[in-house]
Ligand binder design. Structure first.
Ligand SMILES: Nc1ncnc2c1ncn2[C@@H]1O[C@H](COP(=O)(O)OP(=O)(O)OP(=O)(O)O)[C@@H](O)[C@H]1O
Ligand SMILES: [Mg+2]
Length: 490
């Protein structure tokens, strides 16, 4: 009403000044304070907006009459939120406050260096002036705390991918996400129980290690390299890690990233408590400048290897220095440079089928904290699979069967994926499943023996390399654990 009155009575020059004056007078006499919490604060997303939204959507604090309900594709939970331009009342320490969700259309001629959403969203928090000093700070702290708690309790974690390359969406996110629902856990993961326990302890120490990392001046992050033949459970292990720690997963597709700067941007937009994964690291980047360097300086050592990541690429090349392509140095900066610690509590996981193809720079100690060899199925791992798929413990099997399994399992070199296949196929008849498995293992062992005899040592090179590392691996695991034990505060 005042606005239209001013419009008719005053000339345009005076209108703006009068409106401002009127607002000041209104604020002066009003007994309320108003706080605007906008969704986007300058160029960054406003963490307080997200937390307020989460807080207001928790069913405990819901008391409004009009709420919007949503359930995103694949999600198991219904989310409540305040409808646009609607209000709700909240009470904190006996003080009433009012929240309003304000949504306005952005004017199209607003200048911005990046695309902005069509709508401008924000919350307005109204508190009585007399209550302001009493609760404002503690109320905001309470909201942030509650939001963190809701996030932690919420079992819906996310799997992020950078399939859009380096481009960002209207809200400034370069990652696309889907709810993460992989059922793999450490219980279902078939691997050597000692290695498994060591890894779980390592993860637990990491997650509880805030003060340790703070005290020692280290960035709160950890790197794992998983290697081994296809189907031995590398991806399943990443899922198990995420489920164990309750972290989100960022699955980094390196072929979609064209510049080192894009890599940095992606890292900047990952949240803490997350696992950043680069699968098949040996073949996910084609480094043209790398080849050149390898040829020039490292030919004798590593010829015939197109995807080799040469150590000399750590030195800047012309491509590297202007950031026109992804380089090994970019990747290493990404994992352990200054940028790797933006946010905290991050785990980096690289996987590969061919560890021998990786650059020594990537394998050097301190870069990837733990190297984990995922091997062909061993007897203890087989027992886990039999328990998962058929519900059988070792004592449920006949003695002769156990003996046969023990005899052939190592020689058969079957992956957990192959064995799962046999068990799934016959899972309706458990005895038959075990019988078929023994048969399959025997056949595979036999054919392996025949191939070894026929080819001599020719095609065992790769396996020899893997086995050599398999022997080294437990040692590495143990070493890392011992180091950690030494480092750990009492
Ligand atoms: N160690 C394991 N424990 C339980 N299941 C396994 C294990 N390894 C493989 N599997 C089964 O085999 C399937 C394939 O395994 P997974 O994708 O984890 O292998 P991978 O090592 O990542 O293979 P690749 O190198 O081809 O990516 C999984 O769906 C899982 O069911
Ligand atoms: Mg995999």
């Amino acid at each position: 009403f005042c606005q239209s009155l001013l419009h008719t009575v005053l000339p345009p020059e005076l209108r703006f000044a009068s409106l401002k004056l009127f607002q000041r007078l209104f604020n002066w006499f009003s007994s309320y304070c108003f706080y605007e919490i906008t969704e986007i604060d300058g160029v960054n997303t406003n963490e307080l907006y997200n937390s307020a939204q989460l807080y207001l959507s928790s069913s405990a604090s819901i008391s409004g009459n009009r709420l919007s309900l949503s359930r995103s594709t694949n999600s198991s939970a219904v989310t409540f939120s305040l409808s646009n331009n609607d209000r709700l009342l909240d009470v904190f320490r006996g003080v009433s406050v009012v929240w309003e969700h304000v949504v306005t259309h952005r004017q199209s001629h607003t200048f911005s260096w990046r695309p902005l959403p069509d709508e401008k969203r924000g919350f307005t928090l109204r508190i009585r002036k007399k209550d302001k000093n009493l609760i404002l700070q503690s109320y905001l702290d309470h909201i942030m705390e509650k939001a963190t708690e809701i996030r932690r309790n919420n079992q819906d974690r996310f799997l992020y991918t950078n399939s859009r390359g380096g481009s960002i969406d209207a809200r400034g996110h370069p990652w696309e996400s889907v709810p993460f629902k992989h059922p793999s856990t450490f219980e279902t993961l078939a691997m050597d129980p000692i290695k498994k326990q060591a890894l779980m302890a390592d993860l637990r120490d990491f997650a509880d290690g805030q003060s340790f990392y703070q005290k020692t001046g280290r960035a709160w992050k950890r790197g794992y390299l998983l290697y081994g033949p296809p189907g031995t459970g590398k991806s399943s292990m990443i899922a198990a890690m995420a489920n164990f720690l309750g972290y989100d997963i960022y699955d980094m597709e390196l072929t979609e990233v064209h510049h080192n700067s894009e890599l940095r941007k992606l890292l900047m937009k990952t949240s803490s408590k997350s696992i950043i994964v680069i699968e098949d690291i040996d073949c996910s980047i084609n480094l043209t400048n790398r080849k050149k360097n390898v040829r020039n300086q490292n030919q004798q050592q590593h010829n015939n290897n197109d995807n080799f990541l040469g150590p000399e690429t750590r030195h800047s090349t012309s491509d590297d220095s202007n950031g026109s392509s992804i380089t090994l140095s970019g990747l290493l900066n990404f994992t352990d440079g200054l940028w790797s610690c933006c946010g905290s509590e991050k785990i980096f996981v690289f996987t590969t089928n061919h560890i021998e193809k990786l650059d020594p720079a990537l394998l050097r100690s301190g870069r990837m904290d733990m190297h984990i060899f995922m091997s062909y199925c061993s007897f203890p791992a087989l027992m886990i699979l039999l328990k998962n798929y058929l519900g059988f413990e070792e004592e449920d099997l006949e003695e002769i069967v156990v003996k046969e399994l023990k005899q052939v399992i190592d020689e058969a070199k079957m992956t957990p994926a192959d064995i799962s296949e046999v068990l799934i196929k016959n899972r309706r008849n458990k005895e038959k499943a075990v019988g078929q498995l023994v048969e399959a293992l025997k056949v595979r062992a036999e054919s392996n023996r025949a191939v070894a005899v026929k080819c001599g040592d020719v095609d065992v090179d790769v396996e020899e390399e893997q086995e050599k590392r398999a022997l080294e691996s437990p040692k590495q695991l143990q070493q890392t654990c011992e180091e950690d034990d030494n480092e750990k505060p009492n």
